[in-house]
Design a binder for this molecule. Structure first.
Ligand code: MRU
Length: 346
């Protein structure tokens, strides 16, 4: 079984990831031949973005299951729990990681025997990856209806092809609108400290010939005030049952600014990012990353030695600031508590 996109390639024996730490200066690839290598690649952000993390973890689970294989089914299930644990202990905020690992584990338990189980698990990981592309295209179709010809969309971080198996969520909406023939321009926040906007969003949109203008994060308010922005679309790492949205640090600031300027603030996210078991944003674990992400820029120190640093990788945007959540099942409007639940009932 094989799959190849810009973000990842599954050869049947290894997971090859484009090294997102190095884009746009070099296009290099990291090959993961064991589940531990996949875990390191997720933790070190070779691969990042909620759906891409989930799909990578599913392939990591397949590699781990092969490494752990024993004939006795119960002993095998027990050994694979260790694989799940290692992969789950990489990044805490994006729920797609846990969603994908739980789906793999549930499939394993349902299959119930060791004969043919490795092929079965590989097929399930492939399903997760292929479904992600279809889901993003559906998000794109629904979301594109919200954009008018001539709109300029502000986005934060990278919720594009690189953050998913392919096509993207927030950038998927933009891609779909462009495919419909609408002229859409994008303003990309650089997204300090890790610069996913400057490095990844600008790179992938330019590669696709989509009109993108890079701004530093502190320019978004002024850009809105000047009337340059018609809509904001971002991705999500986890949407709580009440509609609170965890996404890349700085998203909350953009949402507050959008409210102030009467600009719609849309979140594009697959249902695998919606976590009804997490009641509100307060219950979402927020990852804190190393201080050098803030004290350094492009490998160069920009702050005094030993300065104190706070580096949360994500923030939570209150549901009341979110105009709508664009999913593969349709566009969800408030009240979110009620309407998100309906998505899972149908
Ligand atoms: O730390 P990252 O780069 O993994 O954070 C990514 C984001 O916050 C994305 O906006 C989110 O995962 C949605 S990706 C479709």
């Amino acid at each position: 079984m094989k799959l190849k996109t810009m973000t990842m390639e599954w050869t049947g024996d290894e997971l090859i990831l484009i090294d997102q730490r190095k884009i746009p200066l070099v296009e290099e690839y990291v090959s993961c031949k064991s589940y531990k290598e996949v875990a390191v690649a997720i933790k070190d952000m070779v691969v990042r973005g909620a759906p891409a993390i989930g799909a990578s973890a599913a392939f990591g689970y397949v590699l781990g299951a092969r490494e752990m294989f024993v004939e006795d089914f119960n002993a095998f299930v027990k050994k694979v729990e260790e694989v799940k644990e290692v992969l789950a202990n990489t990044r805490p905020t994006a729920v797609n990681l846990f969603w994908a690992l739980n789906r793999m584990e549930d499939s394993l338990k349902k299959y119930g025997k060791t004969e043919g189980v490795l092929e079965y698990l590989e097929e399930e990981a492939m399903n997760i990856a292929k479904e992600d592309i279809e889901v993003n295209k559906a998000i794109g179709r629904y979301g594109a209806e919200l954009l008018k010809d001539g709109d300029t969309v502000l986005t934060h971080c990278n919720a594009g092809a690189l953050a998913t198996v392919d096509y993207g969520t927030a950038l998927g909406v933009i891609r779909a609108a462009v495919e419909q023939g609408k002229k859409i321009k994008v303003f990309a926040d650089e997204t300090r400290p890790y610069l996913q906007g400057a490095r990844l969003t600008a790179w992938e949109l330019m590669k696709d010939g989509i009109d993108v203008t890079l701004i530093s994060d502190n320019m978004s308010g002024w850009s809105m005030k000047l009337g340059k922005i018609n809509a904001v679309i971002v991705g999500a790492d986890r949407v709580a049952a009440n509609g609170d949205v965890a996404n890349k640090i700085g998203t909350y600031m953009v949402a507050v600014l959008a409210k102030r300027h009467g600009i719609p603030f849309y979140v594009a996210a697959p249902t695998s990012t919606i976590d009804l078991n997490t009641k509100t944003g307060k219950d979402i674990p927020i990852e804190e990353r190393k201080h050098t992400e803030v004290t350094h820029c492009g490998g160069r120190q920009i702050a005094p030695d030993e300065v104190k640093v706070f580096n949360p990788a994500f923030d939570v945007t209150d549901a009341e600031l979110v105009t709508a959540i664009i999913t593969e099942k349709g566009v969800v409007y408030p009240p979110y508590e009620e309407n998100l639940k309906k998505l899972f009932e149908e």
